[in-house]
Design a protein around this ligand. Sequence first.
Ligand code: R5P
Length: 292
Amino acid sequence: MKVIPGPASVELGEKICELTGFGKVSVASRVFPDGESYVRLEGKVHGEHVAIVQTTCAPQDTRLLQLAFLANAAKRNGATKVTAVTPYLAYARQDKIFLEGETISVEALAAMFKAAGVDQLITVNVHSEPALTKFPFPAKTISAIPLLAQYFVQKGIKKAFALSPDKGAMYIALQAQSVLGGEVGHLEKQRDRYTGQTTQTAAHLNVKGQTVIILDDIISTGGTIVGAAKILREQGASQVYTACVHGLLIGDAEKRILDAGVEEIISTDSVPSKNSKVSLAPLIAQELKAQV
Ligand code: R5P
C-alpha cells in the first residue's frame, strides 16, 4: 500500500506513513486565481492499493473535489484500488430528507466518489452510521473516543463522569466510560429543523462534586457544549472539560465554551487546530495495516 497525504491532511498523512512504514506519494497542489483546484501525484502508484488521506472540513467543497481529483489521478496512473481516508467526512449530517425539496447530500457525495474511482471509504466517528449505507462501496467508520478518553487518564483525571449532550451520542459516552471508569449519562437535545436552534434539558444527573467530560462527535458553533456546561454547573459539577473528534469550532465557539466555564477543549487532528491534542494517526495506521 502507498499513502497519499492530500493537501488538507499533509501532516496527518505523513505521520501515518511513519507509523505504517508504507511509501508516501506526495501531492503538488494549488488553487488557480479563479478558485479552481489543481492536484498532481508526484510519485508512482501503478499496481498499488493507495490510501488518500484527506480531511474534508472547511473549505469542504474544495477539499472534496481535491479528493475526487486525486482518486481519479490514482486510477489513471494505474492504482489497482483507491481507499479514501476522510478523517472528517463532510455532509454526513444530511443523510436523509428532513424537509420536502431537500437532497440527501451524502448520497450525492458518495456517487461522486464512486465516479472518481474511489473503491473504499474509511472515516472517523461519522456523525450518522446510516450515512455510510449511501456509499456504493465498502464504507467504514472507526472510533477515536478511546484515544480522547486516554488523554484525560494520562492527564491524571480518573473516574471522570462521561456525559453525552444528547441521547444519540450515548454510544460515545459509553466508549469513553470504559476507559475513564466513572459514571455515564446524557442530556436531552431538541433541534428546530427550520432555524437550527437547539434546546437542552436534563433529568437530575449525579454530577455534584464530580469532574465531567462532555463528549461529542462534532463541536460546531459550540452551542451544544455551552448549554450542557451551564446545566452541569447548575447541578454542581466541580470541573467541566469537553472533548470531541471533530473540532470545527466555528467563529467564536472556542471563546464561548471557555467563557461558559469549561476548563479545556480537546479535539483530534481530523480538523487541525491548537485544540488538536490527540492525533488520529495511530488509529488510522492500525486500520490501514489491517488491510494488507
Ligand atoms: C449533533 O447532533 C452533533 O452531534 C453535535 O452535537 C452538533 O453538531 C454540535 O453542534 P454545535 O456545536 O453547533 O452545537
